[in-house]
Ligand binder design. Structure first.
Ligand code: HEM
Length: 511
């Protein structure tokens, strides 16, 4: 019996080995062939820099996306720079960026994170900062199904209506009490948006005192949760996210204690707050009170997620909602207040379509000028001016140039959206450009603001559903005018294009 089995097993094993050998030859033939095919392509044009440090000194201005855009005028839409020991290819046109994000996604969808972002993302435990792998696909599915997809957004509609009602009532009471004083729109909108971000993740407002870090017992408001988990990180991130060791990986063994301590401090201030909030949820669930919300879903996924991952996934949605939509709505209101002609056109459209009804999400498909205002603001003030860095994990080609494995890829969304060859007078805010029949009014991806391809933004629908009707309601109710001196106030700070100074405007009731 044993012998019989051997007689079958030996030829079978030999056949299997030969097949594997042939397969190996075939695969390596094609891989090498591909590699040499790419290697035959010309290298990407280079922006000249200095020995050792490359172009680092030329990037000391805090807005690299602007420097990248001006280099594109001289070196073309795709070029390479050296940041210390690393080579980075920068993409500045929608065409080449789309090619990279859609066609070659399988070669360049992984992230290249700075040491600080590694700590702040708890080593890539976020949809936006993880590599493109099975974990990423799983958590992107979770966030889409439970929070950001169209069905989930339908379920969360009341939160958006409440946000609008609160923003409007605060603005009205400001006008009633101090009619001649400019309203600080940023402050009004920011706190409501943060409230919405928390409510839609937790299913409830968090009002009771929460015990944090074993030391304090604060109410939610006193604790200034928003400051700890959003503002501190965005501000700190802006100042400390760059570590010189990121540019010289071979010097990584040398400690940079100051920076590490600062980043760790941010992380360790955020973690107990998030943990305390998650524990509150667990208590509620244990008492038999489950809610149909993202948090409860994540906690029920203990099989596929660790507590650290859950903490980061929750935090991610709060920070992304609070920041990107704030930036978009604030810049839209700034531009509307600055441009009375466009403001009037928007008001006329709203009057015609809505009459005495309040602007609502149902009206959006009939308000093309309002959606054009949204897209033009995303184009001119793209909240994510640079897509979080990616790198090519295998040889590939972009724009007809050879991209060797290991190259970092910076997609300059600001550069794409301000490209003179694609957009007429890109510096001007002209919503009219999006009324051209070549655009589908409800297409969310008219600009590169949300990225593209497999890693496209999963919050774009929520962005539109919050920003557009809010802008519409604010214009329906008030005439907007910038406070004196506000026009020049265009500086930005942070990882996104956050307005440095809060936006102040004088509001005049329409009736
Ligand atoms: C107007 C608002 C927004 C803009 C302009 C925006 C922009 C972007 C951009 C440029 C990316 C990177 C795409 C890439 O890597 O190719 C991105 C990714 C992402 N965004 Fe948004 N975003 C907005 C709102 C939101 C909101 C409200 C959320 C809600 C939590 C969100 C969640 C995400 C997530 C999870 C990713 C990662 C997707 C992935 O890596 O697969 N975004 N967003």
């Amino acid at each position: 019996m044993e012998f019989q089995a051997m007689t079958f097993a030996i030829p079978f094993a030999l056949a299997a080995v030969s097949w594997l050998f042939l397969y190996y030859i075939r695969v390596s033939y094609f891989t090498n062939n591909n590699k040499s095919a790419y290697a035959k392509l010309p290298p990407v044009p280079v922006v000249p820099g200095l020995p050792v440090i490359g172009n680092l000194l030329q990037l000391k201005e805090k807005k690299p996306y602007k420097t990248f855009t001006s280099w594109a005028e001289e070196y073309g839409p795709i070029y390479s720079i050296r940041t210390g020991a690393c080579t980075m290819v920068v993409l500045n046109s929608s065409q080449v960026a789309k090619w990279a994000m859609v066609t070659t996604y399988s070669s360049i969808s992984n992230r290249k994170l700075s040491s600080a972002l590694k700590i702040l993302s708890a080593d890539q435990c976020m949809v936006a900062l993880s590599d493109y792998n099975d974990f990423h696909k799983m958590i992107k599915r979770y966030i889409r199904a439970n929070l950001l997809g169209s069905r989930a957004q339908k379920r969360l509609r009341t939160n958006r209506d409440t946000l609008r009602a609160n923003v409007l009532s605060q603005s009205k009471s400001h006008v009633k009490n101090s009619p001649l004083e400019a309203v600080n729109f940023t402050r009004v909108f920011e706190s409501e948006l943060f409230g919405l971000a928390v409510k839609q993740v937790y299913g409830n407002d968090i009002e009771d005192p929460i015990y944090v870090g074993g030391t304090w017992c604060y109410t939610f408001k006193k604790l200034d949760f928003s400051g700890l988990v959003v503002r501190d990180i965005l501000d700190g991130g802006n100042r400390w996210l760059i570590d010189w060791r990121d540019f010289f990986p071979y010097l990584r063994c040398i400690l940079n204690k100051t920076l590490e301590t600062k980043i760790q401090r941010l992380h360790s201030r955020r973690k107990p707050v998030m943990t305390a909030l998650i524990n509150e949820q667990k208590k509620r669930i244990a008492s038999g009170e489950e809610i149909n919300c993202y948090m409860d879903f994540l906690l029920s996924e203990g099989r596929t997620l660790t507590m650290d991952q859950i903490t980061m996934l929750v935090w991610e949605t709060v920070i992304e909602t609070s920041d990107t939509i704030m930036v978009t709505t604030e810049w839209a209101m700034y531009e509307i207040a600055k441009n009375p002609k466009q403001q009037d056109r928007l008001y006329q459209e709203i009057q015609k379509v809505c009459g005495s009804e309040m602007v609502s999400e149902e009206h959006l498909s009939q308000l093309p000028y309002l959606t054009a205002v949204f897209h033009e603001t995303l184009r001119k003030h793209s909240p994510a001016a640079l897509v979080p860095l990616r790198y090519a994990h295998e040889d590939t080609q972009l724009g007809g140039y050879y991209i060797p494995a290991g190259t970092e890829i910076a997609i300059n969304i600001y550069g794409c959206n301000m490209n003179k060859h694609q957009w007429e007078s890109p510096d001007e805010w002209k919503p009219e450009r999006f009324l051209d029949p070549k655009y589908d009014p409800m297409d969310l991806y008219k600009t590169m603001a949300f990225g593209a391809g497999k890693r496209v933004c999963v919050g774009s629908l929520q962005g539109m559903l919050i920003a557009c009707p809010t802008i519409g309601r604010l214009v329906q109710e008030f005439e907007w005018k910038l406070r004196a001196g506000e026009e020049e106030n265009v500086d930005t700070v942070g990882l996104t294009t956050h307005k440095r100074d809060p936006m102040h405007a004088i509001l005049k009731p329409r009736s």
